[in-house]
Design a protein around this ligand. Structure first.
Ligand code: IYR
Length: 230
C-alpha cells in the first residue's frame, strides 16, 4: 500500500524480536522443514468445508510478505460461492482445452505427462475455497490516479509462498492452478485492468483417495540447489 502521506523516514525500535539459542534455532529450522516437506500439491478434494476465518487469517499472513517499497501489490479473492466456482471451472476448462489441444506445444505437453494433468478440472468446484491472487501492476489512488509498483512478480510470488505455507500449516491441501491465459478472471471477479491474475489456489481437505504423481516426491538434493561460499 502506498499513501501520499507517510513519505518521511521514521525509524522505530525493532518490534517482536525474540532471543533464541543456537540449539533452539536448529530445532525450529528442522521442525519447519519437517512441516514443509509434508506439503503436496493435491488435485482431489473432499467436500468437507473450511471455515472462512481460517482462510482470512492465512490471507492476512500472506499480507505480511515483504514487497517492493512496501507497496503490497497484491489482492486476493476468496471464493466459496458454488455458482462462481462453477463459472470459473467452466472458463478455466475452456482455456485448458485449447492448451491441451495444441496451444501448449508438444514439448510442454510431454513434460506434463508424469504429472498426469489434463483439461478436466473438477477440483475447481470440489475444493471448498478458491483463492485467486492478483498482482497490481500499478497502484490506483482513490481518485483514480496511478502510482508505480516495484518488483511486482517477486513481491506477489513471496506472498503466494507465505499463503501456501500458512494454509499447509493449518492442515489444508492446495493446488496451485494457472490456466493460460487467465484474463477471464478479471471479468468474472470484477477486478480492475491494473491487476493481473497470477494463480488460482484450490484449497480444502484432501479426498480420502487423493493421490499424487510419483515424480512429485523427487526433489533436487541440497548439493544441487545450494552453493556455499564460506
Ligand atoms: N495449466 C495447465 C497445465 C499445467 C502446467 C504446468 I507448468 C503444471 O505444472 C501443471 C499443469 C493445467 O493446470 O492443467
Amino acid at each position: 500500500m502506498f499513501a501520499r502521506d507517510h513519505l518521511t523516514f521514521e525509524p522505530i525500535p525493532l518490534p517482536d524480536r525474540t532471543e533464541i539459542t543456537d540449539p533452539e534455532m536448529q530445532a525450529a529450522a528442522d521442525a519447519f522443514f519437517d512441516l514443509m516437506q509434508r506439503r503436496h500439491t493435491v488435485r482431489d478434494f473432499s467436500p468437507r468445508p473450511v471455515a472462512r476465518d481460517v482462510i482470512e487469517i492465512c490471507i492476512k499472513t500472506a499480507g505480511r510478505a515483504p514487497s517492493g517499497a512496501n507497496h503490497q501489490p497484491w489482492h486476493f479473492v476468496a471464493i466459496a460461492n458454488p455458482a462462481l466456482k462453477a463459472q470459473i471451472r467452466a472458463e478455466a476448462e475452456e482455456e485448458e482445452r485449447r492448451f491441451y489441444a495444441g496451444g501448449a506445444g508438444d514439448e510442454w505437453i510431454k513434460e506434463l505427462e508424469p504429472i498426469g494433468t489434463n483439461a478436466h478440472k473438477p477440483h475447481l468446484e470440489d475444493a471448498p475455497w478458491l483463492i485467486v491472487v492478483f498482482a497490481q501492476r500499478y497502484g490506483l489512488f482513490d481518485d483514480g490516479t496511478r502510482y508505480k509498483n516495484y518488483y511486482v512478480p517477486e513481491s506477489t510470488g513471496i506472498a503466494c509462498g507465505f499463503l501456501i505455507a500458512a494454509l499447509h500449516n493449518a492442515g489444508l491441501s492446495i493446488l496451485t492452478h494457472t490456466p493460460n491465459p487467465m484474463k477471464f478472471l478479471n471479468a468474472a471477479l470484477n477486478r480492475p485492468e491494473s491487476e493481473k491474475p497470477i494463480m488460482i489456489l484450490a484449497v480444502g481437505h484432501p479426498a480420502e483417495d487423493a493421490t499424487i504423481p510419483t515424480v512429485a516426491k523427487i526433489k533436487k538434493p541440497l548439493e544441487e540447489i545450494l552453493t556455499v561460499c564460506d
